[in-house]
Design a protein around this ligand. Structure first.
Ligand code: GLC
Length: 442
């Protein structure tokens, strides 16, 4: 199939998944609007319809909380899915939530400014100015929120309080922390008796997915318990941080934030929009502090456990995201690339697995614990290109195209066989493939 045919197919997926101004990740399984999905979707769409891409991003404004937070989900309906839906979150428990729009109460990686920079690049003339005028206040107040509420010790490294805030729901660093959390009797009971499994299977769309390809039930229950705790604390970050939270200085979140901060500065300059000095100082702090997540013994980056202040040394694909931040030195980039090209770890038939082959966590089918995702491949490709590794980037792009050509726009893929896994016709797989196929990159 030619690149043009593939792009046409990808556009069709995105058209089918479009709701209103926004596009759902998958109307059959993920019916709502997700924060970082919207950013990836806008990046893809901007290549052929920048005005629509602008509307996608600006649609996030309706869910923005009064304190500036952009929530990880904006719900399409008020009453849907007891377990992870609006009734569970009760976003109004926060006095500073969005007024009307029903949302979750945590965030997701700050991809939005990165997507806005790409959209602004594609827009011209008056529509571009209008877009910048509308998007900048939303982005400024979000980045301010990030630093005001999630930088409790002022180190510059942002603290995430929930695995879903990393975007990589069951990534090993968080799986480790959830394992260490106490398990009350009812969690043990629900897990052992299989009752939780029965409830989970009743959720809409759940029957089409193999439970072995998803987050395991114990991890979901522990993740849900964290939310119940935040809810009881009215989603007040000060209260959450003073009650010894399970939390990390997340490598994924902070790497993406560094790139997003640079994009925000670049966007502001285009219309002489003044960003406050203290915010700019914080941006520099994050860039410097990222280096403290490096471990010289194993020559890679890790997330840090916020309570013990120790690096969580379970390797995962996040070690490569500092390349995407563009904020690290060439020597460290070189060490990362050496690790990436190791055939016993990450350089599989279809790179890049989310967990290295030699990790006890590796499972070619389980969500973020092994499979290849198009968004992580996209971020790594962009990072490699920045540091001058064009050849390696090209190979990842080619294999990503092969994956989609052979298996469709699946949510994720086996790094060993290329088999398509998770939901089909997944929006960011389509959107980012378009971006990878577009000649000049983002
Ligand atoms: C899953 C993914 C998350 C994504 C969401 C919607 O929860 O882990 O990253 O945003 O699905 O696609």
């Amino acid at each position: 199939m030619s690149s043009n045919d593939l792009i046409e197919q990808a556009k069709e997926v995105l058209d089918r998944n479009k709701k209103e101004a926004w596009t759902s990740p998958s109307p059959v399984y993920y019916r709502h609007q997700w924060l970082w999905d919207t950013a990836f979707i806008a990046i893809g769409i901007s290549n052929y319809n920048p005005q629509q891409a602008a509307r996608e991003l600006l649609s996030l404004k309706r869910g923005q909380w009064q304190n500036g937070m952009l929530p990880h989900v904006i719900f399409a309906t008020r009453f849907h899915d007891m377990l992870k839906g609006p009734l569970f979150w009760q976003w109004r428990k926060s006095k500073l939530s969005s007024k009307k729009t029903v949302t979750s109460a945590i965030t997701q990686p700050p991809m939005v400014a990165i997507a806005a920079a790409k959209v602004a690049k594609e827009l011209k003339g008056e529509p571009k100015i209008q877009f910048l005028k509308q998007v900048l206040p939303m982005l400024e107040s979000y980045h301010r929120w990030v630093y005001r509420e999630r930088n409790p010790e002022g180190s510059g490294l942002i603290v995430v309080i929930h695995p879903w805030e990393t975007g990589l729901d069951n990534t090993p660093a968080w799986a480790e922390l959830l394992k260490q959390m106490p398990r009350p009797w009812w969690v043990r009971f629900l897990n052992k008796s299989g009752l939780f499994e029965i409830v989970m299977r009743q959720r809409k769309g759940a029957k089409m997915l193999d439970p072995d390809e998803r987050t395991n039930n114990l991890e979901i229950m522990q993740a849900a318990r964290l939310i119940l705790r935040f809810r009881a604390q009215a989603y007040v970050n000060k209260a959450i941080f003073s009650s010894k939270p399970v939390a990390t200085e997340s490598l994924a979140f902070n790497s993406i934030l560094i790139k997003a901060n640079s994009c925000l500065i670049e966007l502001a300059e285009q219309i002489n929009y003044q960003l406050p000095q203290d915010l700019l100082e914080n941006f520099n702090k994050t860039k410097e502090a990222l280096n403290t997540l490096w471990d010289e013994d194993t020559k890679q980056y890790y997330s840090r456990d916020f309570s013990t202040k120790k690096l969580i040394k379970t390797p995962s694909i996040t070690t490569f995201l500092p390349l995407f931040s563009e904020g690290i030195g060439k020597d460290r980039a070189e060490k990362l690339v050496k690790n990436l090209l190791d055939k016993k770890k990450y350089w599989t038939k279809f790179p890049v697995p989310t967990v290295p082959l030699d990790s006890p966590y590796f499972n070619q089918k389980r969500f973020w614990q092994g499979p290849v995702w198009i968004n992580t491949n996209w971020m790594i490709t962009r990072g490699l290109e920045h540091y001058g590794y064009q050849e390696e980037a090209k190979q990842i792009v080619e294999e990503s195209i092969n994956l989609v050509q052979n298996s469709g726009f699946c949510e994720y893929f086996s790094p060993l066989t290329g088999e398509g896994l998770g939901v089909k016709s997944f929006s960011w797989s389509a959107a980012l493939l378009i971006d990878l196929l577009s000649s000049d990159g983002s």
